[in-house]
Design a protein around this ligand. Structure first.
Ligand SMILES: [Zn+2]
Length: 152
């Protein structure tokens, strides 16, 4: 039984993988901002893709701002800008309350500001039409969240 389950798992992973090979582009000017290999998950509450790394065309704007309301209340963050067209494409969080701790030190790219080029099907789609949720990370986030809630 265990062996069968494992094989099923593998199949799922293999069939999903090609869909994840894509590049993320600025919706304004088409500059490549990141690729799917750097994506580490999705932050649904903020409609953002979480990336471990981004291209050199993503500029972290120098000014730190603290957020006072909304999903990102009590976060200290700076904007991420597209180098080519200077539009704000996301945020980098420098300090965050415990429920957003997983977002610290990753790049948050706003799905509404991106389009995706899927290499497998050679098609350009809106980032907002895709799910970037990666289960292991989501589980980790949930676990961390539960731990935090237990401590409160
Ligand atoms: Zn741009």
């Amino acid at each position: 039984n265990l062996v069968v389950e494992r094989i099923d798992d593998l199949k799922t992973i293999t069939t999903l993988e090609p869909e994840h090979l894509m590049t993320l582009h600025c919706v304004q000017c088409n500059t490549v901002l990141a690729d799917s290999l750097g994506v580490c998950g999705e932050l649904k509450c903020m409609d953002c893709v979480m990336c471990m790394r981004v291209t050199n065309d993503v500029v972290v704007s120098g000014a730190l701002e603290s957020v006072h309301k909304g999903e990102m209340a009590n976060c200290i963050c700076s904007n991420l800008k597209c180098r080519s067209c200077n539009s704000v494409v996301g945020k980098r969080i420098h300090a965050a309350p415990s429920h957003l701790v997983a977002t610290r030190s990753v790049f948050l790219l706003n799905k509404a500001k991106m389009s995706c080029y899927i290499l497998d099907s050679s098609s350009m789609v809106k980032a907002s039409s895709l799910s970037f949720e990666l289960k292991p990370l989501q589980e980790t986030v949930d676990e961390v969240r539960q731990e935090c809630e237990q401590q409160l």
